[in-house]
Structure formats: structure tokens, C-alpha cells
Ligand binder design. Structure first.
Ligand SMILES: [Fe+2]
Length: 264
């Protein structure tokens, strides 16, 4: 399998706390037959100053290099790539114009941007349309990270997502944990809604890939193998392969991705 959303990079955000924790996560991925993990630390362009950007990028690059070396030293059968989970904000197009040449924020250096909506279940997606369109005009393809967790997907928002996908403006990633039909963590109150919304998106053929969004090994662990089985049982193994192997692999190579095995 190939993983496009993980907070394995230690000490950067609320993911792995240190290199020991990150190596354990790498072992967990490898034991689930994940071959490539794209590290996607949280990044909010609106929250840091120009000087902070350079320090942040430098730290990320150094941490990534150190983790790569550790994974190789321990002979863990896993490759890592670099990306980011970027908070969607009106500043984003301008920010990318300024900094993209210094630090490629796309997944594995491609034009695919993993974007997270600000929290707020009630948001109307129409307000993001100008940003989504502007990003596309400048050559980026937004990959919306776990909309089933951040957004109330009522009829109106569903129609917008359908239209954006049809126009090839966006791709959608949902989380492995959203496939659980019972609260996986007692403190994860939104899991029931996330489950229903993830199912809705899958049933409507609106999902391009599934990723763990893992932060650690306890609260938000890699659930890739479990999710693969769950999708295989419900939608067939070809769909599971499409969403967890083929499409994530294509995204990391900068290629497009189809929503199900029968499309192209
Ligand atoms: Fe995330």
C-alpha cells in the first residue's frame, strides 16, 4: 500500500513526539505492507511570519533527512517522501506564489496539494470555490483531506463536491479511521458522523484515496491494513487496491487518479 497522509515526522506538529516514536510508526506501517509513506506535517500559511517560514522549512527538511537515515539504518522496509497538510485559507494562492520555488509543499514535490478545511462543520463549500479555482489555474490540484471529518456533507455540499470532481478540480482523501462504524476512541465524538459521511462519499464514488492520517500508535494509529480489508469486504478488492495502492501511488508521481476501478 501507499500512504499519502501521515504525521510521522517527529517534533513538528501534534504527530510523532520524537524519533523513537516515529521509528515505531515506520515499523507499524511496514508491518501492514505499506511501502511508501508521504510525511505531511500540518502547515498553516496564515499563522506564521516570513522568517518563521524559513525556519520551519529548514527544520522539516532536516527532520526528514534524519528519519530517512534511521529507517535505512534499521532496515525497515519503507520509503518516505515529503509533503504537507496545508490549511485552506484565502492567503494560500499568494503564499504558494511566493514560496513554492523555495519549498515544494505538494505531495512528494508534485502539484497535488493535501488541503485541510478549517474546522467548522457548518461551512458552505461555496466560499472556498474562488480559492480552489485559483489553485487549479496556477497548476495545482487540491487533494481534500478527510472532508468527512471537517465538514457537514449535506445535499448542497455534496453537489459542490460532485461538480468539482466532475470538472477535475479536486481529489478526495478520506481517513482509514472513518471506516469504523463504532466510536474507535471514546473521546473521538465525531466518529459516528465521520463514518456516515465517509460511507456516503464512497457510495457516491467520490473518493480517490484512503489514508491513515496517523499521529501515533495509540490514539490515531496507522489502520491501513484494517481499512484495506474493510473496503475489500464492502466494495471488492479492486476498489481497495485502487484507493489504497494505485491512486496514492499515482498522486505521488504527479499523475491523475480515478474514483473507481472501472473509470480511467
Ligand atoms: Fe492530518
Amino acid at each position: 500500500m501507499i500512504e499519502i497522509h501521515s504525521h510521522i515526522l517527529p517534533g513538528i506538529d501534534d504527530g510523532a513526539t520524537d524519533f523513537t516514536a516515529a521509528v515505531r510508526m515506520a515499523q507499524a506501517y511496514a508491518s501492514q505492507r505499506v511501502k511508501i509513506v508521504c510525511c505531511t506535517p500540518h502547515f498553516n500559511p496564515a499563522q506564521i511570519t516570513d522568517q518563521d517560514h524559513f525556519a520551519f522549512f529548514r527544520t522539516i527538511a532536516q527532520t526528514y533527512n534524519q528519519l530517512t537515515a534511521l529507517i535505512n539504518d534499521r532496515n525497515i522496509d519503507l520509503q518516505i517522501r515529503l509533503g504537507a497538510e496545508i490549511r485552506l485559507s484565502p492567503d494560500l494562492p499568494r503564499f504558494l506564489e511566493t514560496y513554492a520555488s523555495l519549498f515544494p509543499l505538494g505531495l512528494a514535490g508534485t502539484h497535488h496539494l493535501l488541503l485541510e478545511f478549517p474546522s467548522g462543520k457548518q461551512c458552505d463549500l461555496t466560499i472556498y470555490e474562488p480559492i480552489i479555482f485559483q489553485l487549479q489555474l496556477t497548476g495545482y490540484t487540491p487533494v481534500l483531506a478527510h472532508p468527512e471529518r471537517n465538514l457537514l456533507i449535506g445535499r448542497h455540499n455534496l453537489q459542490i463536491l460532485e461538480r468539482w470532481i466532475e470538472q477535475e478540480r479536486i481529489l478526495i482523501q478520506i481517513n482509514c479511521s472513518s471506516l469504523c462504524d463504532v466510536p474507535f476512541w471514546k473521546w473521538h465524538k465525531r466518529s459516528r458522523i465521520s463514518y456516515q459521511q465517509a460511507r456516503l462519499l464512497l457510495d457516491r464514488n467520490l473518493v480517490h484515496c484512503i489514508a491513515s492520517d496517523a499521529h501515533d500508535l495509540v490514539r490515531r494509529p496507522p489502520l491501513n491494513r484494517w481499512a484495506f480489508r474493510s473496503i475489500s469486504r464492502r466494495y471488492g478488492i479492486e476498489r481497495a487496491q485502487r484507493l489504497m495502492q494505485i491512486n496514492p501511488g499515482q498522486l505521488l508521481l504527479g499523475q491523475s487518479a480515478a474514483v473507481n476501478p472501472s473509470s480511467h
